[in-house]
Design a protein around this ligand. Structure first.
Ligand code: MIC
Ligand code: SF4
Length: 643
């Protein structure tokens, strides 16, 4: 039996476990990336492990999220990260150099390599055939220290692409079509692999748009073959030597096959407030809009922005629309500046932003009250834009640009003939915003610069024999990490300060939660399906840890969040009988009378509701390793105990 692309890379990097679906497997990690909002914590954790130099082939730290710098906090954090990088052997991509995933794809990613990143959109690297996975900061820290990264061996899904996109139908429409089929939880426990004749019609940036937004499927990662198109891309980036061919064996076996005929696709939009709430633009056409934002790690490549410039050229942004554009990287920005495309955007009235995440993470450009905003981003969770009642639609750059001119939702196919925009034969290569680490012999002279915003990792404790704690919060299905630990311009600067940031924990759902949890001292959160979907931010586990949350009891978990809870030593429990969700109310006193023994022996966990008198059973799905981590009180304690 042959192998899929992902199975081939896994096989090459397997350090422990058996490659059978559902097994815990350990992978050797070749490359890591961090961004600043998760990076400070990751480097605090790395420092705590006491390993002098990173052991990966390449580790890169990007500054792209917290670039508003409304106070000293962000700049302090940047300096801290820069100094850690210099000392410990990590490349540092300065603010202004671009969004981590875009820059990593351009400058560092290599087909066939493993990459983990403290950002959920790390799978962007799958666009050039990497096995690129989003992870918690602590997992990235461990990988930098040479430790394996553990995942549950996923099922394999093949998305078979046939045909060819029609003019003005875009890669974004492909992934929106996949989201429509699979939903935001359809990818949990799976790797999505693209294949079929349609693959060769897609450029690398288009493939990367698709693998990037595979994160919204909940998938472990997504991957494309590495082929001649990949070689051309790497060659144009001056790195042809990084190319290797990679394809699935003809007799590879997939657990699920999805057919997408590119010729039949039409422009789509993910409507508020979920990336899988997908409708054809045709159904929305004519509706007035207020804002358009173009950029983010999903759609800010040279190709995307050249198409946008082509549409804007000689036109004017509609009076009722504010158009913001953030190029994905310095490379893209500079090329647009040199070839005149930037001039076309400016002339049309676009507000040009720096190369960073910006509005995607609520760092500025929040829309007006109940404003309709079309964005080329990947997430439209409620409130994420910074405007609580903002109505965010996720669309392609082509749809975004033409709608910005018309002031209403517009199907870009009105533009007629396709624009002939080719991939450049040579990208503009200038890595002067990437700072190399100090040579090993000089590392001792590098001082780590720590600002007052940087506080230490919260206190953890080993699992106790019993837990008695009340339910401090009850939430429904599809709770995102943006609900648990909101971001945005006010909160994001507190990422290095867990005591402070925890005051905002879950306030989107319940303003009283942080105070209530603190007063209770110990508590348990109850939730529904797909709890913790979205980002990789470990703060969504560390803030609850700081507030005394001992367990989270839900119908099901999203992958990265579950492992962040385990890393933080918080028990991830699932209802065996989903109806038991109704048996617990906010404020009920719960007891887990025999929890330590039950966890240690792999039994179901007894949960007694002392307020109502009912008893239920919960599952705590752990491997031998994650069981040991939970018993130790988290991954840091476990790593210390085992080193
Ligand atoms: C996001 O898109 O939600 C983020 C901000 O990039 C997060 C990381 C973070 O919260 O810092 C992610 O996707 O993991
Ligand atoms: Fe940045 Fe948005 Fe991409 Fe997250 S999804 S890395 S915030 S651009």
């Amino acid at each position: 039996m042959g192998y899929t692309i992902a199975q081939k890379i896994i096989k090459e990097h397997l350090v422990c476990g058996e490659m059978a679906v559902g097994n815990d497997i350990g992978l050797k990690i070749d490359q890591t990336l961090t961004q600043d909002a998760t990076g400070t914590m990751a480097y605090i954790e790395y420092e705590a492990m006491g390993i002098p130099r990173v052991k990966t082939e390449k580790s890169v730290a990007y500054i792209d999220h917290n670039t508003l710098q409304t106070g000293f906090e962000n700049a302090d954090d940047h300096r801290f990260i820069q100094s850690v990088c210099k000392k410990h052997g990590i490349y540092f991509s300065r603010p202004g150099n671009g969004i981590c995933h875009q820059v990593h794809l351009e400058r560092f990613g290599k087909p066939g390599k493993t990459l983990i990143g403290s950002d959920s959109h790390t799978p962007t690297g799958g666009g050039i055939g990497m096995l690129a996975i989003g992870a918690g900061g602590l997992d990235v820290a461990v990988a930098m220290g040479g430790g394996a990264y553990y995942i549950t061996m996923p099922k394999m899904v093949r998305v078979n692409l046939t045909g060819k996109l029609n003019p003005w139908v875009s890669a974004k429409d492909i992934i929106l079509a996949v989201l429509r089929v699979m939903s935001v939880k359809g990818g949990v426990g799976k790797i999505v692999e693209y294949g079929g004749d349609g693959v060769k019609t897609l450029t690398v940036p288009e493939r990367a748009t698709i693998t990037n937004m595979g994160a919204e499927l909940g998938a472990t990662t997504s991957v494309f073959p590495s082929d001649e198109t990949t070689r051309e891309f790497l060659k144009a980036q001056g790195r042809e030597e990084d190319y290797t061919e990679l394809k699935a064996d003809d007799d590879a076996v997939y657990d699920e096959i999805i057919e997408i005929n590119l010729s039949e696709l039409e422009p789509l939009a993910a409507c508020p407030h979920s990336p899988d709430n997908v409708k054809p633009i045709k159904e929305l056409e004519g509706q007035k809009i207020d804002q358009v934002c173009i950029g983010s790690c999903t759609n800010s490549s040279y190709l995307d922005l050249m198409r946008v410039a082509y549409i804007l050229k000689g036109k004017k942004v509609a009076d009722n629309v504010s158009l913001a554009i953030a190029p994905g990287s310095k490379q893209v920005f500079n090329m647009l500046a040199l070839n005149g495309a930037l001039g076309d955007m400016i002339a049309a009235g676009a507000r040009i932003l720096e190369s960073a995440c910006g509005p995607c993470i609520g760092m500025g450009q929040s829309p007006n009250s109940s404003g309709i905003s079309l964005r080329t981003f990947n997430r439209n969770f409620e409130g994420r834009s910074g405007t609580a009642d903002g109505q965010i639609y996720l669309v392609s750059p082509e749809t975004a640009a033409v709608s910005a001119i018309n002031g209403v939702f517009t199907d870009p196919r009105v533009l007629g003939e396709a624009a002939e925009i080719a991939m450049p034969e040579k990208f503009l290569i200038n890595d002067n915003m990437v700072i190399e680490p100090a040579p090993v012999e000089e590392m001792d002279n590098v001082e780590i610069l720590r600002g007052p915003n940087i506080k230490s990792y919260p206190k953890t404790s080993p699992l106790t024999d019993t837990i008695e704690a009340s339910c401090s919060l009850k939430v429904g299905d599809n709770i995102t990490t943006d609900h648990i630990m909101p971001a945005g311009a006010k909160i994001l600067p507190l990422r290095s300060n867990i005591p402070k940031i925890s005051e905002h924990c879950f306030t989107v759902c319940d303003k009283e939660f942080p105070e209530r949890a603190k007063t209770l001292g110990k508590s348990i959160i109850v939730g529904g399906e797909n709890y913790g979907q979205g980002s990789s931010r470990e703060h969504a586990a560390l803030a609850p840890l700081f507030l005394g949350v001992k367990a989270v009891l839900v119908k099901s978990f999203a992958r990265i969040h579950k492992s962040n809870l385990i890393n933080a030593g918080i028990l991830p429990l699932t209802f065996i009988n989903a109806d038991d969700y109704d048996k617990i109310k906010l404020g009920d006193m719960l007891e887990l009378p025999n929890v330590k023994n039950e966890i240690a022996s792999g039994e179901n966990v007894t949960v007694v509701n002392k307020t109502t008198g009912s008893t239920i059973k919960a599952n705590c799905e752990l491997s031998d390793r994650t069981r040991a981590i939970i018993l130790a009180g988290g991954l840091l304690d476990y790593t210390k105990e085992n080193s």
